[in-house]
Design a protein around this ligand. Structure first.
Ligand SMILES: Cc1cc2nc3c(=O)[nH]c(=O)nc-3n(C[C@H](O)[C@H](O)[C@H](O)COP(=O)(O)OP(=O)(O)OC[C@H]3O[C@@H](n4cnc5c(N)ncnc54)[C@H](O)[C@@H]3O)c2cc1C
Length: 436
């Protein structure tokens, strides 16, 4: 049976791997020249099942409102006339209650814990190195930030997730490079959470998948999948000329190339909503923009050992080999991926606040990307109302943490098998998009 996977981000490549392992004939279609060039490229690299948190949380609407006009805010809202954005916000507001937060967080955690299991199994089997490090430390600058973390702490206690609240000295015991110059109210250490270089993992898995027989069709922009009268689906592809940024198919006036398959799996990240609209599948997916800065470590003793999160600024600082990645900011309302200087300055300020002499901050490599975010938080994995068409999308700010588990589940469902975890609240049925 032939399966086409649309999108070679971390979700698409993991799905392709597990589909091949399940015995399918697999083709991955990607508009970029290489895998993991969009959302999966410059992310913070944190894999924190213990602390996955929906963006829809109690206190968040207030935080957004308080910071509406502050350019250094960790969450920024840029009002625009885009009706999709207003629909998204209306749904998101409805998910910001404590009750909905708990439901959404538990769904995400269930998937993230399973995903970490799958990642470890894959890492053991394939011996993939992706600059992984162990442990995750949340930093709280003020008592107020610590108090805002209480609902998340209650869930950690309730679900017996190993964690430790530590004072400022305790934080420095875990991360000796932390400066004493920046006020620190305390920290939360999750010893079992981890981090790693997502695009490095994807590139290596792609090579192994190709060696195992997965076909990668790069530089092709896929149109909407088309159900065929006799069963199966067709996909029209246009060649993309990266030199001009134009659709080479149109430029050459050539007819699109068409592929057919028995099943299709959409893993197109933020591009998924537009791709699925012609099929009548309206996915409330909106891009939430973020930034990262990658810096060469210049002083090993003053640099972080693993991953940290400054909870006040929502900025992550992650060690990746001999570099550190600083990532954060959530901007809603702009679909452009330009680098906003104030956002980049905030990232670099936070890194300098904690590790002032760790790296060459002046020479940072900068990146902007968009998180494929659903209003409530958990992704959508599984069959749609269109026969043969499956989804694996909407992983928001935790797609790397959920990638292996999501890929494995998608492959299990396409094979007609039960998934290893309860899929309540994780399938397209949640938005009325499942099989009728
Ligand atoms: C600043 C920032 C920090 C983050 N930090 C973390 C973190 O610490 N931990 C974590 O778990 N997650 C993090 N994330 C989120 C994570 O990066 C995403 O959830 C994840 O990368 C989504 O993967 P994806 O494969 O769905 O999307 P993508 O990586 O965007 O892949 C989708 C692919 O589909 C292709 N595509 C789209 N449309 C078409 C089409 N029509 N034809 C052909 N190809 C198409 C795209 O080119 C792309 O390659 C962060 C994100 C950002 C922006």
């Amino acid at each position: 049976m032939h399966v086409i996977v649309i999108g070679a981000g971390v979700i698409g490549v993991c799905s392709a791997w597990y589909l091949r392992e399940a015995g399918f004939d697999v083709t991955v279609v990607e508009r970029r020249a290489a895998p993991a060039q969009e959302s999966s490229f410059g992310n913070a690299g944190v894999i924190a099942p213990g602390y996955v948190t929906p963006w829809a949380a109690p206190g968040m609407p207030g935080k957004v409102l308080r910071n509406l006009f502050a350019s250094t805010s960790p969450v920024l809202f840029r009002p625009s006339a885009d009706p999709a954005m207003w629909r998204w916000i209306a749904r998101w507001l409805g998910e910001c209650t404590l009750e909905r937060y708990r439901v959404n967080k538990l769904r995400m955690q269930r998937l993230a814990f399973y995903s970490r299991e799958c990642l470890h199994a894959l890492r053991g089997k394939l011996e993939i190195d992706y600059e992984q490090s162990q442990g995750y430390l949340q930093l709280f600058r003020t008592r107020r930030d610590l108090a805002l973390a209480e609902p998340a702490l209650a869930l950690l206690r309730e679900h017996k997730v190993p964690h430790r609240l530590v004072d400022a000295d305790g934080c420095r015991g875990i991360e000796p490079g932390l400066t004493t110059d920046t006020p620190l109210a305390g920290g939360l250490h999750l010893p079992e959470d981890e981090s790693g270089n997502c695009p490095m993992f994807v590139r290596r898995l792609r090579t192994l998948a190709e060696a195992a027989g997965v076909r990668f069709v790069m530089d092709r922009d896929a149109g909407a999948p088309r159900p065929l009268p006799g069963g199966g689906l067709a996909l029209d592809l246009r060649a993309v000329d990266h030199g001009t940024g134009h659709d080479a198919g149109h430029a050459a006036g050539g007819a699109p190339e068409t592929l057919t398959a028995d099943r299709m799996l959409v893993c197109a990240g933020v591009g998924s909503a537009a791709l699925l609209r012609p099929l009548g599948l309206r996915i409330p997916l909106y891009p939430v923009k973020g930034y990262s800065a990658t810096v060469q470590v210049s002083d090993e003793l003053q640099a972080p050992l693993a991953a940290l999160m400054d909870e006040s600024y929502k900025v992550a600082i992650t060690r990746m080999g001999n570099r550190l990645r600083v990532a954060g900011t959530a901007e809603l309302g702009s679909r452009r991926l330009d680098l906003r200087p104030a956002a980049v300055n905030t990232l670099l300020k936070v890194a300098r606040d904690w590790f002032p002499v760790a790296g060459h901050y002046g020479n940072a490599t900068l990146w902007a990307g968009a998180r494929p975010m659903l209003p409530d938080g958990p992704p959508l994995i599984g069959a749609t109302a269109v026969p043969g068409l499956f989804l694996n999308l909407g992983h928001g700010s935790t797609g790397w943490a959920m990638a292996c588990g999501s890929g494995r589940i998608a492959a299990d469902l396409i094979a007609g098998n039960a998934a290893a975890i309860d899929l309540e609240g994780l399938t397209p049925a949640r938005y009325g998009l499942g099989p009728r």
